[in-house]
Write a protein that binds this ligand. Structure first.
Ligand SMILES: [Fe+2]
Ligand SMILES: [Fe+2]
Length: 244
């Protein structure tokens, strides 16, 4: 088994080689993106009374069930963990690179997810906002130190899965809560769509990482092979292209 540091360096080298791939995926992502902002999704119709809009929203939201409120609160707290997630990515994707540009773009996009849910909670008052904000404070203060955070490849496995998980969670919560209040359905449909695009980005990146690590032009060649951990921990592994 090679030392952890050499293994990590080899992985970081692979990431450096993939910078142009990231550049391309980032351009593709931005070309398809519809950039919305929280105040647009929650705005009253043009030329209508904003106070009346808020009163109507609050009346509708009164009917949101307790399970739907809990799901919304959980989804909000998950999104508000963004500083932790940004740090995990910035650790390995820093410097003046497209990796770093992607991390910053992703962070800017994700920041709107927590913001739109926070603003919705503030406008509708469906949860006790000071309690919710204290929970958010404690969550951030507690830190987030996963055992895999020293491994750049595992970070991508995590990001891919968390994007898919949040996509499903936001989409299902939106459908559930919009039975009572339709605005939240529109809000969460937009958030879920963006999570889906993030998932596509990270899945494509990890596919490229696997292909680069194996030195194979066709990353699909890995399918059916041993898990990536077994590959890079194999006897005699001295470089990233052992399995070429
Ligand atoms: Fe998100
Ligand atoms: Fe996302």
């Amino acid at each position: 088994m090679i030392p952890e540091s050499a293994e990590t360096l080899a992985k970081v080298e692979v990431l450096a080689d993939l910078e142009e791939v990231v550049h391309h995926l980032m351009e593709r992502h931005e070309a398809k993106r519809i950039l919305w902002f929280p105040s647009e999704l929650l705005a009253p119709a043009p030329d209508t009374d904003p106070d009346h809009h808020i009163r109507e929203l609050r009346d509708r939201a009164d009917g949101i069930s307790l399970p739907a409120r809990v799901a919304l609160g959980l989804n909000l707290l998950t999104e508000e963990g963004l500083p932790h997630f940004h740090r995990l990515l910035a650790t390995y994707l820093g410097g003046d690179t497209f990796w770093s540009k992607w991390t910053n773009l992703w962070t800017a996009e994700e920041d709107r997810h927590g913001a739109v849910l926070h603003d919705y909670m503030h406008d509708t008052r469906i949860l006790d906002n000071p309690v919710l904000e204290r929970m958010q404070f404690e969550y951030l203060k507690a830190g987030f130190e996963p055992t895999w955070d020293k491994d750049p490849y595992r970070v991508f496995v995590y990001t891919s899965l968390q994007e898919r998980a949040t996509q499903v969670s936001h989409a299902n919560t939106g459908k559930f809560a919009s039975q009572y209040e339709p605005t939240i359905g529109t809000v969460l449909a937009n958030v879920a769509k963006e999570e889906a695009r993030h998932y596509t980005f990270y899945r494509s990146v990890f596919k490229a990482v696997i292909g680069e690590w194996l030195g194979d032009d066709d990353p699909q060649a890995l399918l059916g092979g041993p898990p990536i951990d077994d590959l890079h921990r194999g006897d005699g592994l001295t470089g990233r292209r052992l399995f070429k």
